[in-house]
Design a protein around this ligand. Structure first.
Ligand SMILES: Cc1ncc(COP(=O)(O)O)c(C=O)c1O
Length: 389
């Protein structure tokens, strides 16, 4: 059978969709470890904490009570109502229960959002460096990602920098705060500037607030809460980072019509909803006491301060990340090419990071370090860099 036959070609739509580079880094780490080396791991993207006990108990309870059948595909009503109350109170987004969809993590919400809004040939503006999968979610719509440098927007003004990249094909704007990979948190003034640009040019905003609960300096502002923004915004949340639930695969998207119909179709025809017992565990997470985040945030802050001070002392110049759990230092001191810099760091100091270029052209010359790890690992990784760089 000849694979040159046109029958054996992947759908054209998927040709521009990439696979995560981070997998290659993980393979290299596994190789080193298998050879007996100690690797100080800063390349990860998940909470170092375990899922809180009350969430695991709720899952056990749901199973014991046989809450194991199909749920309504948009989510169990109790959870949707609790989420609507949470976004009204915490995010100041005027959502009702029918504006909430329970999804399999942030990724599925974002997938549904782009599918609901973006047509082939259209363009999506995104601040760069950006979380890598966004480019692929846009490509999966046969559309194009157009990058706007976050640093330049902050220096020269958001409206001016966005206007430079606007075209008649611009359909939407992806807005991630706190940001992965830089840990930047957009201020209220920044967010207002972006919102006013979206309104002026009739753009839809896809907001990604995966790290909303991990803000150390400043405040988290939801763009959908600003005047005239709710109707043009789809906001995607996840329980992954807030409640250390990366493996559970649960999150939610918030939007009015017509977006909700699109999101519901994307969910229905991909996974037909979220595992029912997981949704009951999700309800326990959303109902966690209001002070729940204070201790997690304090632990992350301590790690951030230790890592960033150490990096700056090593002349890996690093701005203080205001949110999320990543530091994004300049790595030019090691090598101008961030892939080479990451390799050198791994080979010489056994410190694993993610090359900045993975997060787009504006990430080149940097490395992403996660500080979501033990204080001992941060200390030992810094010591190894001091000895070996
Ligand atoms: C910026 C951002 N958005 C969304 C997600 C999606 O997370 P998940 O699919 O695990 O809920 C991530 C995960 O790393 C992220 O960094």
């Amino acid at each position: 059978m000849s694979t040159a036959s046109t029958a054996f070609r992947l759908a054209a739509r998927l040709e521009q969709v990439g696979f995560s580079d981070i997998v290659k880094i993980r393979n290299r780490i596994m190789e080193l470890r298998a050879g007996g080396a100690t690797v100080y791991q800063f390349e990860g993207g998940e909470p170092f904490l375990n899922t809180p006990a009350q969430i695991k108990d709720a899952m056990r309870c749901a199973l014991a009570e046989n809450k194991t059948r199909y749920a309504p595909s948009s989510g169990i009503p109790e959870l949707r109502a609790a989420i609507a109350a949470k976004v009204r109170a915490r995010n100041e987004i005027p959502a009702e229960t029918e504006d909430v969809l329970v999804v399999n993590g942030g990724m599925q919400g974002l997938f549904g959002a782009f599918q609901s809004v973006v047509n082939p040939g259209e363009e999506v503006l995104l601040f760069s460096p950006y979380w890598t999968p966004i480019k692929d979610l846009v490509a999966n719509c046969e559309a194009h990602a157009v990058f706007v440098s976050t640093d330049e927007a902050r220096a020269a003004g958001f409206a001016q920098m966005l206007a430079r990249k606007l075209s008649p094909r611009t359909r939407a704007l992806y807005f991630n705060t706190p940001q992965n990979p830089t840990g930047a948190v957009f201020s209220r003034a920044d967010t207002e500037a972006v919102a006013s640009f979206a309104r002026a040019h009739d753009l839809v905003v896809i907001a990604d607030e995966a790290y909303e609960d991990l803000v150390y300096d400043g405040e988290h502002v939801s763009i959908a809460a600003l005047p005239g923004m709710y109707e043009r915004t789809i906001t995607c949340y996840t329980l992954s980072k807030s409640y250390a639930m990366t493996g559970w695969r649960i999150g939610y998207a918030v939007a009015p019509e017509p977006w909700m119909t699109g999101l519901r179709k994307a969910l229905l025809y991909s996974t037909n909803g979220v595992s029912t017992p997981t949704q009951w565990a999700g309800l326990a997470a959303i109902n966690s006491p209001a002070d729940f985040f204070a201790s997690a945030r304090a632990a992350y802050r301590e790690r951030r301060d230790l890592l960033v001070a150490g990096l700056n002392e090593l002349e890996l110049t690093c701005a203080m990340p205001a949110g999320a759990f990543y530091a994004f230092p300049d790595a030019m001191r090691i090598h101008a090419d961030s892939r080479t810099a990451a390799e050198i760091l791994l080979d010489r100091a056994q410190v694993a990071t993610v090359p900045g270029i993975v997060f787009g052209p504006h990430g080149e010359g940097h490395l992403r370090f996660s500080f979501s790890t033990s204080l001992e690992t941060i200390q030992a990784g810094l010591d190894s860099m001091r000895r070996n760089l």
